[in-house]
Each structure stands twice: as structure tokens, then as C-alpha cells.
Design a protein around this ligand. Structure first.
Ligand code: GDP
Ligand code: MG
Length: 170
């Protein structure tokens, strides 16, 4: 039958990568050019129906600033899923994303479904990180990868949908 799943999900990644914008797109279907910086963390929830289940995501959108790093474990601990976000036009944000992947592997729940999102895919002319490089990195690290655009609404529902499909059915 159809299962109801509650899933805590955390967004991690550099300041400005587009974490809040992805959440705003997913939860409200909106985008703003001048998204305010997140302070501490913000909470949202959204329900998504997949074939065999209805998943209620309890979403923690973290700030990303280094000075909040020590708070991050409060958000990823016990999380069923994480989306690690970088900006395809910013190499440093990709390097930072890799650090998050390593941290989750070291400290996170081993069954966590982890997605890597190369965001701002609409800004192809300013691209600094090749999709192929990120795809190979994701594959090597047992996580899945998608390029997204919160602005163009590309792959935003899809990445949450893909996570929902991969969550353990208990
Ligand atoms: P956060 O710090 O990771 O939460 O990033 P924000 O969501 O605050 O976004 C930082 C900036 O990037 C804002 O000015 C957003 O409007 C912009 N932004 C976010 N996502 C996209 C996107 O997919 N495409 C473009 N072009 N800009 C984006
Ligand atoms: Mg934010």
C-alpha cells in the first residue's frame, strides 16, 4: 500500500550557492533575484507523492557561513537526506561542496541519501565547473548528481523526487 514517510532533509553548501532559492522554488514555486542571506538556519516543510509513498520533507536550510559551521551537525544529524549545493559558476563553491561530502561520510548517518546539486545551471556562459567532473566525483563517492536552476525551475522538483524514491521504505 501507500506509505507515509517523514524525512528530515538538510541543505548544505557555500553561501550564495542557492540553497534558499532551491527551497523557495520547491516549497513555493517562486524565485527572487535578491534572496536574503540565511541567518542560522530556516525550516520548511513540503509533501511530495511518489509511486509507492507520500513523503513529507522536513527541510533545514542552513546558512553556509563558516562561522556557523559548528552548528551544522545539529541539522545533518538524524537527517534522512542531504542536498549539497554548489554554484556551477564558482569553483570555490564546488571545493566547499566536496568538503561537505567528506564531512557527511565521516560524521553523518551512513544510510543518508545524499544529492549533489550543481545550481545556477541557467548561467552556462559563466560556467566554471564541468558537469562531467561533478558527475564523476558523485559516482566515485556514492551520491547522485544533478544540475539545477532555482531561477529557471530546472531539476528542482526532480532532485527532491529522486531523493524521495531512494529513501528507505520501512
Ligand atoms: P544560499 O546562500 O545558498 O541560500 O543562496 P541564495 O538562495 O541566497 O542565492 C544566492 C544568490 O544567487 C541570490 O541572489 C539568488 O537570486 C541567486 N540564485 C540562486 N539560485 C540561482 C539560479 O539557479 N540561477 C541564478 N541565475 N541565480 C540564482
Ligand atoms: Mg540561504
Amino acid at each position: 500500500g501507500n506509505k507515509n514517510i517523514n524525512a528530515k532533509l538538510v541543505l548544505l553548501g557555500d553561501v550564495g550557492a542557492g540553497k534558499s532559492s532551491l527551497v523557495l522554488r520547491f516549497v513555493k514555486g517562486q524565485f527572487v533575484e535578491f534572496q536574503e542571506s540565511t541567518i542560522g538556519a530556516a525550516f520548511f516543510s513540503q509533501t511530495l507523492a511518489v509511486k509507492d509513498a507520500t513523503v513529507k520533507f522536513e527541510i533545514w536550510d542552513t546558512a553556509g557561513q563558516e562561522r556557523y559551521h559548528s552548528l551544522a551537525p545539529m541539522y545533518y544529524r538524524g537527517a534522512a537526506a542531504a542536498i549539497i549545493v554548489y554554484d556551477i559558476t564558482n569553483q570555490a563553491s564546488f571545493d566547499r561542496a566536496k568538503k561537505w561530502v567528506q564531512e557527511l561520510h565521516a560524521q553523518g548517518n551512513p544510510n543518508m541519501v545524499v544529492a549533489l546539486a550543481g545550481n545556477k545551471a541557467d548561467l552556462v556562459d559563466a560556467r566554471k565547473v564541468e558537469a562531467e567532473e561533478a558527475q564523476i566525483y558523485a559516482q566515485d563517492n556514492g551520491i547522485f548528481f544533478m544540475e539545477t536552476s532555482a531561477k529557471a525551475a530546472t531539476n528542482v522538483n526532480d532532485i527532491f523526487y529522486e531523493i524521495a524514491k531512494r529513501l528507505p521504505r520501512v
